[in-house]
Design a protein around this ligand. Sequence first.
Ligand code: CUA
Length: 196
Amino acid sequence: MAEANSNPLGRPLPDGIVPEEIVARTEKRWLIVMLAMLAVMMAIIVITGITDAVHPSSNVEVIDPQTLHLKGEFVESNLGTAVEPDGSVTVRIIAEQYDFVPNCVRVPVDTPVKFRLTSADAIHGFLLPDTNINTMVVPGFVAEVRTRFSSVKEYQMPCHEFCGLGHQAMWAHMVVVPQEQFGNVEPVVGRTACER
Ligand code: CUA
């Protein structure tokens, strides 16, 4: 179509006027370039969406959610607060539908605390209100959060990722206790250290 009426009068074009067919060819080439860029960007989005679908919220540390209770760091006897050789404490928690295990955690005040959490099933959330501790707990990954509590206090720990029908009932507690009280809690039959 460009041929027929590109120069209807058959006169030479004035200086500086580009013939229509050249304009059309250039536009077509740029259109192809744009479509190619679009295709590349769509491919990047789709491929990364499929291969990196899960974005763990903190350190990328993987764990097999199916064998949590059988071996490794998150076996039942290893859960809760553990004192490290340097005096800091590590708190290991499993989030599962619909509770945190353990459901109540004690940590000493003015001590470096490292939380390590993972999920046995769905994506859960770990939040200590009025602090900046807030992480997703994704099955297959270990979420790690480090902090230090400067005052004795009790915290509610709600799960804040919708994880199923029992989500709204998924709560746990954390108690920050004075250092001299930490570590000398006599286990009382039928009561956890967190009950008041
Ligand atoms: Cu677990 Cu919501």
